[in-house]
Design a protein around this ligand. Structure first.
Ligand SMILES: *[C@@H]1O[C@H](CO)[C@@H](O)[C@H](O)[C@H]1NC(C)=O
Ligand SMILES: *[C@@H]1O[C@H](CO)[C@@H](O)[C@H](O)[C@H]1NC(C)=O
Ligand SMILES: *[C@@H]1O[C@H](CO)[C@@H](O)[C@H](O)[C@H]1NC(C)=O
Ligand SMILES: CC(=O)N[C@H]1CO[C@H](CO)[C@@H](O)[C@@H]1O
Length: 524
């Protein structure tokens, strides 16, 4: 008699196991802000009882609790630390680089970053923890960060599992193409160029050339250099281009509330704002400080996780201190770095750690001074706070351009910061209603969704694992090349037919005329 319940319970355990997946998340190379978009997904997957193996470059403090409570295996590859700035270079200060506004120093950062990524493959796959995952792991899904994603393609091949590319920003240039779409360079601006979704002919030409050149450069010059390392660790692996083309789906960190809308092939899921969450109560000291700001409210000033505030040149710093001390608002200033300025007025509070969302979501928050990183921009919209953008590099400049166009931000360049201008800009943002109204409008667009971005991401990750890569979603155009997808071949044939017709008509008319002339001669 006691036999049946035992059998039943085994049955239920089996059912339970059947709906749990083994998921590999691979992010060998990424800053705090890149991680921030993947961490909520990892937490959500764990809370739904999936097993997650997370390969990354540094231990994630945000996952400590989940590591204890759930089935999470975090494999840290310690040699993968990296720096944004070249230690050999004379330029070691972001504030100076940004103030110079020179394209050359900006390009140097990129070339330094891309120079480092060549060592990612070797350092990742020679790691003992990763080797052990390769030998013993078995996965239903690979979630791959778009940053140096090529290091992860061989994993998908090795485990023969579907993979989702997760972009920390807009969909990267070739993802749509790999999924069977074209890049739509007629209205999708290249993600690092100051273009909008409405381009004139010259801009469209430039946009198209740059987008295709980048893809071409990667396939023709970067990938072949990496192939020997791939074959060393994955004997018999196909080429990176072939493995990349096997992509199943892509997650984009976009939403029409802050990104340009665009057409997506099936399998692309927009998760913009996935890390945004309602504000939690502030620590006591902070709460007391902002509560005492009265009706004037307070300002939040932070420039992200990478840039130490104490690198700011002294004159620039003094401008901020002077202007802040004359404001009726209080200022919560994130100060990452050792040399704290001493003579501050009472309305300024320096904090090492900025609970950014809890401050932005506070009812007394009036303004956000930010470097304009994508995540900070999304948080400003989610919590409905106008923005003063002080961008340093790359996409920060573009995010702030868009925010200014959308009417909820103003921006200053680091080289134009001076007392009057800074004071006037802050005053305008706080006291002119249009900025708050515009950011609230964006906020209501972001919040008006049938499910949260996190629920959507979790659903799609599970869906793809459940349906073995969901091949029924693959577009038939995946086997066509770029020219065929844009119908260049068809238009060429149509143009050729049109030319032929015109030519034939012209020849016929010529003959008619000739005949007519002959007949004329005959009759008269
Ligand atoms: C996960 O497993 C635990 C314990 O087996 C169970 O109580 C919980 O309901 C499960 N959660 C989900 C989302 O299935
Ligand atoms: C593409 O994915 C399928 C299914 O996972 C797998 O069998 C195949 O080997 C993969 N091909 C490449 C080139 O990675
Ligand atoms: C703060 O003190 C420094 C020297 O210690 C001085 O140069 C600067 O002008 C002072 N700033 C303000 C706002 O008083
Ligand atoms: C680029 C970089 O900072 N590399 C360092 C990473 O960490 C190892 C050891 O911890 C150092 O030797 C590298 O210089």
């Amino acid at each position: 008699m006691s036999f049946l319940p035992a059998r039943l319970s085994v049955f239920f355990v089996l059912i339970g196991l059947a709906s749990c997946h083994n998921i590999l998340v691979f992010m060998p190379f990424g800053s705090h802000s890149h991680k921030a978009t993947l961490i909520p997904l990892i937490q959500g997957l764990l809370e739904r009882n999936h097993s997650v193996t997370f390969i990354t470059n540094q231990e994630s403090t945000d996952l400590r609790y989940h590591k204890m409570m759930y089935n999470l295996d975090e494999v840290v590859v310690p040699n993968l630390n990296y720096s944004m700035l070249d230690p050999e270079s004379a330029e070691q200060n972001f504030f100076e680089i940004a103030a110079k506004q020179s394209i050359r120093s900006q390009l140097k950062i990129f070339s330094h970053l891309s120079g480092q990524v060549n060592r990612v493959l070797d350092q990742t796959y020679s790691d003992a923890g990763v080797q052990s995952v390769l030998r013993h792991g078995q996965f239903d899904l690979l979630l791959l960060s778009q940053v140096v994603s090529y290091a992860g393609y061989p994993m998908a091949w090795h485990f023969q599992c579907p993979f989702i590319l997760s972009s920390p920003n807009v969909l990267m240039t070739d993802s749509a193409y790999l999924l069977g779409d074209s890049e739509h360079t007629e209205y999708v601006p290249f993600f690092l160029m100051a273009l909008t979704d409405q381009m004139n002919l010259v801009q469209r030409v430039i946009n198209t050339v740059v987008t295709h050149l980048l893809n071409f450069y990667q396939d023709m010059f970067v990938f072949p250099r990496l192939q020997p390392a791939i074959e060393k660790y994955f004997p018999g692996a196909p080429s990176l281009i072939e493995m990349k083309a096997n992509i199943t789906a892509a997650f984009a960190n976009t939403h029409p509330a802050f990104s340009y809308p665009r057409a997506y092939p099936p399998g692309v899921v927009e998760l913009g704002g996935i890390h945004c969450r309602p504000a939690k109560p502030l620590p006591h000291r902070l709460e007391q400080f902002v509560a005492e700001s009265g009706s004037a409210g307070f300002i939040v000033f932070g420039v992200g996780s990478i840039i130490p505030m104490d690198e700011m040149p002294r004159e620039m710093l003094d401008v901020f201190i002077r202007v802040f001390s004359r404001l009726p608002q209080r200022v919560v200033w994130q100060w990452r770095g050792f040399n704290k300025p001493a003579n501050l007025s009472d309305n300024i509070l320096l904090v090492d750690w900025l609970p950014q969302q809890d401050l932005l979501g506070h009812e007394k928050c009036r303004l956000f001074l930010t470097h304009g990183g994508l995540l900070s921009t999304q948080e400003a919209i989610y919590h409905g706070v106008p923005v003063l953008g002080l961008p340093f590099i790359s996409d920060q400049l573009l995010n702030m351009d868009k925010a200014v166009r959308d009417g909820y931000a103003l921006q200053l360049r680091w080289n134009e910061i001076q007392d009057k201008l800074l004071h006037r800009t802050i005053h305008e943002l706080i006291y002119q209603n249009s900025y708050v109204e515009n950011v609230r409008r964006r906020q209501s667009l972001l919040l008006d969704q049938s499910e949260s971005p996190l629920e959507r991401g979790l659903y799609w990750a599970e869906y793809i694992a459940r349906h073995g890569g969901a091949p029924h979603l693959q577009l038939g155009s995946r086997h066509l090349n770029r020219f065929q997808r844009s119908l260049v071949d068809v238009y060429l044939i149509l143009a050729a037919i049109a030319c032929l017709l015109i030519f034939a008509t012209w020849r016929c008319l010529g003959r008619f005329e000739f005949v007519a002339r002959l007949t004329k001669l005959d009759f008269f």
